[in-house]
Design a protein around this ligand. Sequence first.
Ligand SMILES: Nc1ncnc2c1ncn2[C@@H]1O[C@H](COP(=O)(O)OP(=O)(O)OP(=O)(O)O)[C@@H](O)[C@H]1O
Length: 235
Amino acid sequence: MKYGVKNINKSYKDLKILDNISIDFEEYKTTCILGESGVGKTTLLNIIAGITDKDTGDIIGFGDEVSSFVFQEDRLIEWKNVKDNISFVLQKKIKKIEIENLIDKYLKLVNLEEYKYFYPKDLSGGMRQRISILRAFIYPSRILIMDEPFKSLDINNKQIVIELFKKLKTVEKKTCILVTHDVEEAITLGDKIVILSNKPTRVNVIIDNSSILDENDENKSKLKKVIEGKMIRNI
Ligand SMILES: Nc1ncnc2c1ncn2[C@@H]1O[C@H](COP(=O)(O)OP(=O)(O)OP(=O)(O)O)[C@@H](O)[C@H]1O
């Protein structure tokens, strides 16, 4: 299956935001869309998800597909416990009898089984976001779209949630699109890093990061410097 965007242009009134954006999203890989605040990352995601109209260009492969989403805020339902928060989104997709087995299996996999009957108010921010990422992975979709999912977390929680994402990625095959302004996040998680910069926003460079994902810190920090340079918007 081929997923991508081609020659996407978008303006809000007279202000051009996205200028001819083309990206291929490789199947089962994680593509990070990286750029400073205001560069148009959320606009691009919303265009991909069909929430916002593009002016011109093509969206490839997403039309008939169901996607899972994870946002900056966790979007758990306060009056439902963990199990019901997950089963709620699965009920139209999976047989009731299978849902509970599935939830048990995944909660166990990520060592969260003891929280099955907890309500969101009794969970920490990091724990809540782990549940929403888990929910997005269990949901039967081939695509997972994440908009700054670690932004509101402190450094420790962020690390824990990132590890959870990596673990789930090894057991559930999904094509992931991760939007972030955080260079380290992109280097840690992205098989491919797409840097958006300039005004109006263009794809500055696409970096194949797959060989550096497990690399040492020295190589990662070199790459970080290169990326930071590319993120600067020449206005
Ligand atoms: N509905 C809208 N009407 C007019 N302008 C908008 C609208 N939505 C976004 N913009 C503008 O488009 C630009 C890009 O916004 P967008 O939220 O897509 O950027 P972003 O890279 O996701 O930023 P952030 O990381 O801060 O969320 C901003 O200048 C924003 O003010």
